[in-house]
Design a binder for this molecule. Structure first.
Ligand code: ATP
Ligand code: MG
Length: 570
């Protein structure tokens, strides 16, 4: 493509309203423009990156027999009413009316549409399993659209849906998807982890999020420094043995602790470590009060409390409720002499505390030399705390490290959540009617583009990896008034194109400085500069990401490019 004939509006200054690197650079390099909050246009270069991402996604979907379709963005309200999501989805779902006042949703996701599509067509187990996908714009009226393409209100998603007659068949497709996703994100050059996203009642294998490790990520993930274990911190199991000291059990004592409320204050005041303290919290689980204990240096994870109790709702009791139940203010609570009949849950670490410290359920008084079982009873010991950096990895391999992550993909076993209410059924091999067993699998295609943009740039501009770069080669004649330079550049342009390289040819009559600055901003993997040595048939070839440069003849350029792109695309 000749640069004079395309549209690449680069900016010299960093746009003030862009808050993350990827967004700033995508604007500066002329890849995208914002139309309004969370809504973007992809300019020619941006569109090419999207296409390359899409191409990789398509190849890997096709490889696991997932078949492409295109469904409508406009979806009649009735479909969403069938599953109840018309009422439960909330303001994120964009709704419109047609001229007859009929209501529609702009597709935020397509479970309803695809289930309605298949329920009329697929009636027999013989036609299952089936996996369909599409790449399409999604609409979500996000509360806080931000970080450019990372959280838009109109964005591009690959969404796949699978339909099965058996759980085993769903498990198989789910596994294929996880593998395909791993190949996609590897090919895109992203540093990612497949993260266990929900270990709730269904057991922890039913949904994974694919997270790109990045400082600007909105989620925190816990991963092992020496295995592929990774989980959302809310979900990460703590699996460790605590050393129990052999210290002699001492007699419990009451001590005055005026104004000492937090674990930090109490431990400093009494000169003990937070590990010696017992943290006591009152939760309300499905309207019933429960006492939850943890070691002073640990944070209680209410999702784990909820799962351990097998309740629907969990929340911290209000100060008022706590005061009424315990006859004492928050700050001096403890598990010794609790109101009769109240359930006590404790994290495993509490069992190993010897001669510990806790509140005495009396204002400004604490107890020392408190020992579990001798001084208070626990109904259930469970894993109730958040994992911490430095904990052993739950898979027994390595140590836990934290990182921020950008969610780029999500795989989910839906089961019959949609097929049941929508009557999506088939006849099994015994002639019985069964609801489809379903899975759904998303990739944020435009978000992925931003995640790559975030990772691949330096102070001068992008350093696109070969797999997604808008073009392979930037061909830059320094002086378009010099006939020799133009002739050699024209010749190279034709030659490289004939070898199927994507070439951006800077044929503009601009100053060399402008051309080089633009080339650095755009950040194609290879820049070929045709300058003074054109008369000797020599050009300068520069590798964008390493900064290395070489002087090569036309033939050498061809040879080396072949090797370069071959290794690059491995
Ligand atoms: P998030 O927690 O970031 O809001 P989500 O759980 O709502 O994501 P899904 O419904 O699982 O996301 O959508 C599938 C994929 O679509 C996500 O993994 C993400 O990559 C992408 N995605 C979701 N919301 C947006 C958005 N507002 N802008 C760009 N991409 C998005
Ligand atoms: Mg969301």
């Amino acid at each position: 493509m000749k640069q004079s004939q395309t549209f690449i509006p680069t900016l010299r200054e960093t746009p003030a309203d862009a808050d993350v690197k990827s967004h700033q650079m995508l604007l500066r390099s002329g890849f995208i423009r914002q139309n309004t909050s969370g809504i973007y246009s992809f300019l020619p270069l941006g569109k090419r990156v999207l296409q390359k991402v899409e191409q990789i996604v398509r190849e890997e979907m096709d490889a696991i027999n997932s078949v492409e379709v295109l469904m409508p963005a406009m979806q009649q309200a009735e479909l969403w009413q069938e599953t109840g999501r018309w009422y439960s989805y909330g303001p994120e779902l964009m709704r419109i009316k047609d001229r007859h006042n009929r209501e529609f949703a702009l597709g935020a996701t397509h479970e309803e549409v695809i289930t309605s599509l298949l329920r009329d067509e697929i009636k027999s187990y013989k036609k299952l399993p089936l996996t369909l996908y599409q790449i399409q714009s999604k609409f979500r009226d996000e509360k806080r659209p931000r970080f450019g393409l990372l959280r838009g209100r109109e964005f591009l998603m690959k969404d796949a849906y699978s339909f099965h007659a058996t759980r085993e068949s769903l498990d198989q497709t789910y596994e294929d998807m996880v593998q395909a996703y791993s190949r996609i994100f590897t090919r895109l050059g992203l540093n990612f982890r497949a993260v266990i996203a929900d270990s709730g009642a269904i057991g922890g294998k039913d949904t994974h999020e694919f997270m790109v490790l990045s400082e600007i990520g909105e989620d925190t993930i816990a991963y092992s420094d020496s295995s592929d274990f990774a989980a959302n911190i809310e979900m990460a199991e703590v699996n460790m043995k605590y050393d129990v000291s052999t210290e002699e059990l001492l007699e419990m004592e009451k001590v005055n602790t005026p104004d000492q409320k937090t674990i930090e204050q109490v431990s400093t005041f009494l000169n003990v470590s937070p590990q010696q303290c017992i943290k006591t919290l009152v939760f309300k689980a499905d309207e019933e009060f429960v006492i939850v204990l943890a070691r002073g240096d640990h944070e209680i994870n209410d999702i784990k409390v909820k799962n351990a109790l097998q309740v629907k709702t969990i929340e911290l009791a209000s100060e008022e409720e706590t005061k009424q139940l315990m006859q004492c203010e928050v700050g001096s609570l403890g598990p010794v002499k609790l109101p009769v009949g109240i359930k006590v849950l404790a994290d495993h670490a509490v069992a190993s505390i010897r001669n510990g410290v806790c509140g005495a359920n009396e204002a400004s008084v604490h107890l020392t030399n408190v020992n579990p079982e001798r001084d208070f009873a626990v109904d259930q010991y469970e894993d109730l705390r958040f994992i911490m950096e430095g904990d052993p990895s739950p898979d027994g391999k390595g140590t836990i490290v934290f990182a921020k992550g950008i969610e780029v993909g999500h795989v989910f076993k839906l089961g019959t959540t949609y097929s049941e209410p929508m009557n999506g059924t088939f006849l099994d091999d015994n002639g019985r009617s069964q609801p489809y067993i379903m899975g759904c699998y998303g990739i944020g295609v435009s978000r992925v583009m931003a995640a790559v943009a975030e990772q691949y740039q330096d102070e001068k501009g992008f350093t696109w990896p070969g797999a997604v770069s808008p073009y392979d080669v930037h061909l830059v004649p320094v002086n378009t008034k010099e006939e020799t330079q133009v002739a050699l550049a024209d010749d190279l342009y034709k030659l490289l194109k004939s070898y199927r390289y994507d070439v951006l040819y800077d044929d503009r009559a601009e100053r060399a400085g402008v051309k080089f600055a633009d080339a650095d901003l755009i950040g194609l993997p290879i820049r070929i500069t045709v300058g003074k040595k054109a008369s000797e048939g020599i050009v300068e070839v520069k590798i964008r990401h390493s900064g290395e440069s070489f002087e090569w003849s036309r033939e050498e350029v061809l040879d080396h490019l072949q090797t370069f792109f071959h290794t690059f695309n491995q």
